[in-house]
Design a protein around this ligand. Structure first.
Ligand code: GLU
Ligand code: MG
Length: 423
């Protein structure tokens, strides 16, 4: 008997889980136009599974349409291939549905191109804990690479099959912690690929009898798993638009406005990019994670890091130039996180926001200390409400506040365990 292939279409949703529905691959042509049906309440599924609250109840219907260009297909030595798509949530008439995270990112990218003639060029650097490591090798050692067995090479092969180009796979600082980075991509593709990396890492680990855990931190005093977002801007000719070695921070005028927008809105963005209760155990001193609303050149403790440039070839330095947003983790949907960043950066361009001069002494504001504090900052931002649209903004706040309530009374170690079980 020849097995029949099954495909999945999903959306990295408000909880950052890749949820959707599957269908026979043989029906793909029809599914690419008609999608799969969802209840609007699907978007209110919590980080832990159950719907805690929803304004929709059981009513209504929306469609999740696979985006053909996001197709991921990877075969493994054993078991069925992974075939999945990222999708867009639309109304029955085919119009974008306001609650769609991918639509939120696409709206920001379209506005960036329309208003400023710029495209976003970005790459996700993601950390995870692999449960199949033998023993406790020291951080960064060759032995730490060796003792993860075939996980890394299985993951890299799966990424290549999916048309995603790995940049690096390496042993990180925490016990069992690894990091995988892929090459940058233009626009929404970077977020689609970030979803694919997470899912293929989970797939590779599963085939080996283990898990790839992307939860923000596994124990309250441990080392966190960051999802760092490296970004730059391209102009209409696809030339780098962010660098200008003659200006402060090495940033062009537009680049400065964009980065200043991200910095200015960072406390509100934190609710979107570090969106779990456990995220705030990661954002603590002495663990290479950011703690302040700040920008610094070549400093891994900063909220925004201007990354180092290698060599002295000017054209190459311009192509390398990127800024790293470090306040994110994998409880965030890559589409929501990147979308929030784009909308904030574009706001900086619109208002011609500026950065303090490098070296200027300023007392940086601390990042929000808890998810509740971050959600309050988000809720208090009329700008952010405008980017999301009233519908999505209120849904997000409702979902995340219910998540905080669901964990009330649990200690930090138990909260970490709950997240490690599901991310
Ligand atoms: N694990 C750190 C974090 O939580 C980052 C380490 C690094 O610089 O890659 O963000
Ligand atoms: Mg790292």
């Amino acid at each position: 008997m020849e097995p029949e292939r099954i495909a999945f279409v999903g959306v990295s949703d408000l909880s950052g889980h890749f949820r959707g529905k599957s269908f026979p691959l043989a029906d793909l042509a029809q599914r690419l136009t008609h999608g799969v049906g969802l209840a609007p309440s699907n978007i209110m599924m919590s980080a832990f599974g159950p719907i805690h609250e929803t304004p929709y109840g059981t009513a209504g219907e929306v469609l999740l349409i696979p985006a053909a260009e996001t197709r991921v297909e990877a075969t493994f030595d054993e078991g069925p291939p992974e075939i999945f798509f990222c999708g867009d949530i639309v109304t029955l008439e085919g119009a974008p549905w306001g609650g769609c995270p991918r639509g939120f990112l696409k709206r920001g990218l379209e506005a960036l191109e329309r208003e400023a003639g710029l495209r976003l060029y970005s790459a996700f650097e993601q950390e995870l804990v692999y449960t199949g490591v033998v023993g406790t090798p020291l951080p960064y050692t060759l032995d730490a690479l060796r003792r993860q067995g075939r996980f890394g090479e299985t993951l890299l092969a799966a990424l290549r099959q999916a048309g995603i180009t790995p940049d690096s796979f390496l042993a990180e600082y925490g016990p069992g912690q690894y990091e995988v980075t892929v090459k940058p991509a233009i626009g929404v593709a970077a977020a689609d690929q970030a979803v694919a990396v997470r899912e293929l890492a989970r797939a590779a680990a599963y085939r080996l009898g283990h898990r790839a855990i992307f939860a923000p931190i596994l124990t309250p005093d441990g080392v966190g798993n960051g999802t760092h977002i490296h970004f730059s801007l391209l102009d209409a000719e696809s030339a780098p638009a962010m660098p200008d070695p003659a200006r402060p921070h090495g940033l062009s005028r537009l680049g400065e406005h964009f980065v200043a927008g991200v910095l200015q809105h960072m406390p509100a963005l934190t609710a979107v990019t570090a969106p779990s209760v456990a995220s705030y155990y990661r954002l603590q001193p002495n663990r290479w994670a950011p703690t302040e609303v700040n920008l610094a050149a070549v400093d891994r403790g900063a909220g925004l890091r201007i990354c180092p440039l290698i060599g002295d070839d000017e054209a190459s330095r311009r192509r390398q130039f990127n800024v790293e947003y470090r306040v994110a983790d994998a409880a965030a949907s890559p589409h929501l996180a990147l979308g929030a960043l784009v909308h904030a950066g574009l706001d900086g361009i619109r208002r011609e926001m500026t950065l303090p001069d490098p070296g200027a002494s300023s007392d940086a504001e601390p990042l929000p200390a808890s998810l509740t504090e971050a959600l309050d900052r988000l809720a208090a931002s009329p700008d952010a409400r405008g980017w999301f649209g009233d519908g999505l903004f209120d849904l997000y706040l409702q979902l995340k506040r219910a998540e905080v309530r669901a964990l009330e009374g649990l200690d930090a170690a138990e909260i970490c365990r709950r997240y490690a079980d599901v991310y």
